[in-house]
Design a protein around this ligand. Sequence first.
Ligand SMILES: [Zn+2]
Length: 273
Amino acid sequence: MRILNRQLTIHEFSRYLSQKHFGKLAPDSIVLHHSCKYKLQEWNGHDSLLAIKTDLESKGHCAGPHIVVSYDGIWLFTDMYNIGTHGEEGDATYKHLDGRIYRGHEVPSNLHDYGNFKLQNYSIGIIVIGDYDLETWNGETKRNALYCVDMLIKRLQIPYQRVYFHREFTSKTCPGKMITKDWLFKEIANLEYAKKEIMKNEIILETNEIKEEYKIQIDPISVERAKNIGILSKVDSLEKELIAIASMRTIDYMERRIDSLENKIKSLRNSLS
Ligand SMILES: [Zn+2]
């Protein structure tokens, strides 16, 4: 079994996703799991990841989940370009020329006409390390898991209805009795709110810095010029505009607007020099 075996921070995972090529048929759903028998207290980075790999290989699997989340990062396991083995019927869907549907990792090759099944879709399997029958995710594990799910939803444009729990395909309680859809989506919404607050504060800090720079750090002639071409009021109105955006638009939209703010600020600076 080939695994990527890479440990990423939330920020690195975001960059990885933005550059990731998913092929002609990108995954269109997520299946969430918990590791249950691999305890969070016993998690030991690379060694634990390799233990999961060995375990799956001993069961004859040629792939595993795509992502393993723990308190120390978001770990890449099976390449998301490929179909994983993690959620039984949730792994992938194939359709035969005659309309028959097969759900699972791969159409069994002992079916005489298995070659006539075409792949329709497949899911990203995420395992959150720990046992969540008695408690929800918490601490850094929770943070990594929420960001991971949220970023995948955005990157692959996965609707909430296509975020599945393993228990929808099996009699297990996976990803843990305490993990419910209501809880998960509420937490993701909170995350969105928190991200906006952070960005809003960054905008306020940045515009304040610019204002101070113009007011104090440059010589009186430049201050006079700055007033003349209305730079201070331009910065003020940019700030107001961005705070308004922060309270009503999505993060993606804000990120684009921050890029354009940076360009505007650059041109304001150039007009002074
Ligand atoms: Zn599971």
